[in-house]
Design a binder for this molecule. Structure first.
Ligand SMILES: [Zn+2]
Length: 95
């Protein structure tokens, strides 16, 4: 018997699961294990906004670190300051 799955972010009971590990790392595995598909979809939209707003280049490791940090805050409620998306302001990133 499998344990019932509860998403750590939204506490939904038995939601749809993320089907594939989104990227090959411990964090990717954790997303599949702890986060539901609707929350993952929300993050993907947020991520797109961040990429566009900050002009992130994903081949740069600093850009990926920036996204992973924001992902952790967004999905896992980890400590830290989430990057804001302020339409009135040009985005800049302090690495
Ligand atoms: Zn969820």
């Amino acid at each position: 018997m499998t344990e019932p799955f509860v998403c750590v972010r939204c506490d939904r009971d038995d939601p749809d699961r993320v089907e594939r590990v989104p990227f090959p790392s411990e964090l990717g595995e954790r997303i599949v294990a702890e986060i539901c598909a609707p929350c993952w979809e929300e993050w993907k939209e947020r991520q797109m906004l961040l990429i566009n707003h900050y002009g992130l280049k994903l081949h740069e490791s600093a850009a990926r670190e920036f996204l992973y940090k924001n992902l952790r805050i967004y999905l896992f409620g980890e400590e830290g300051t989430a990057a804001s998306i302020d339409a009135g302001e040009e985005g800049s990133v302090e690495w």
